[in-house]
Design a protein around this ligand. Structure first.
Ligand code: NDP
Ligand code: 8X3
Length: 254
């Protein structure tokens, strides 16, 4: 049977592009996010475009009960995933830490750290029992290089990288692989979410630079998943050509 990938954050951006490329390559899919409507549309797309039957899981990664329900349902309906892609995540705001709102701080920590940790915690025992699995965590160059106005977001992504490294040690005796993908600037709805729906401000982030496309990251994920059993790609850092560190980008006309 083809390999099953459980993807969080599957309704948009990198997660959606990953779902598409995996469907194209014959993977079975378990798609998770908060938006039921978007998940329904994407499941139809997977069926129509790629003849892939996917299951959807409406799940807020900040809610432990929703995670456990989704994990149990997935295992019941589709079996233990061969692949877990922890993509759900977000930035909220871009201002100095003293001015960052407490709800924004909590949302970033609860989604990017706590949510990712708990989803992994719910699936990992099943993978360990089966002695196989591949966990792919979406970090960011923001976790490697802090930038102004993003102390919390950057710290959450540093946590993702360190968490991946720790789990990789814990599963060393098994055939389970753990990979962190650390993208630079990717043009997705990410900035619109960060700026609380301010589309104009979001668009300005991508002006004057050819940002990565979500498909570029999906291609990397497919490559990481396609490596032979003996090969564990631990970390991948992917930047736009005009990007040198986390937020050090060369902008034409600016
Ligand atoms: P998008 O905003 O396009 O996608 C974010 C996804 O996360 C959506 O599917 C959203 O679905 C889901 N999501 C957000 N909050 C929750 C939650 N509480 N529970 C469940 N799902 C949630 O952004 P990107 O595709 O750009 O971002 C994906 C990941 O990549 C994030 O972890 C981000 O930090 C990381 N990243 C992004 C970069 C960029 O430049 N865009 C660069 C480096 C890393 P829904 O709203 O339906 O729940
Ligand atoms: C999200 C992209 O450019 O804000 O990780 O670091 S960026």
């Amino acid at each position: 049977m083809s390999r099953l990938a459980f993807i969080t954050g599957a309704t948009s951006g990198i997660g959606l592009a990953t779902a598409r490329i995996l469907a194209e390559n014959g993977y079975r899919l378990a798609l998770a996010a908060r938006s039921k409507e978007r998940l329904e549309q994407i499941c139809v797309e997977m069926e129509d475009q790629y003849s892939v039957h996917s299951e959807m899981f409406v799940m807020d990664v900040r809610e432990e009960e929703q995670i456990n329900a989704a994990v149990n349902q997935c295992i019941e309906k589709q079996g233990i995933p061969d692949i877990l892609i922890n993509d759900a995540g977000l930035a909220r705001g871009l201002e100095s830490y003293d001015k960052t709102s407490v709800p924004d701080i909590k949302q970033m920590i609860d989604t990017n750290i706590r949510g990712l940790f708990l989803v992994t915690h719910a699936f990992l025992p099943f993978m360990i029992k089966r002695n196989t699995g591949h966990i792919i965590n979406i970090g960011s160059t923001a976790g490697l290089y802090a930038y102004a106005g993003a102390a919390v977001y950057c710290a959450t992504k540093a946590a993702v990288k360190t968490f991946s490294d720790g789990v990789r040690i814990d599963v060393i005796q098994s055939d389970i692989k753990v990979s962190t993908i650390q993208p630079g600037i990717v043009e997705t709805p990410f900035s619109e979410v960060r700026f609380h729906g301010d589309r104009k401000r979001a668009e300005s982030v991508y002006e004057g630079i050819e940002a990565l496309h979500p498909e570029d990251i999906a291609d990397v994920i497919l490559y990481v998943l396609s490596a032979p059993k003996r090969v564990q790609i631990a970390d991948v850092v992917v930047m736009a050509n005009q990007q040198a560190t986390g937020f050090m980008v060369y902008k034409k006309n600016g």
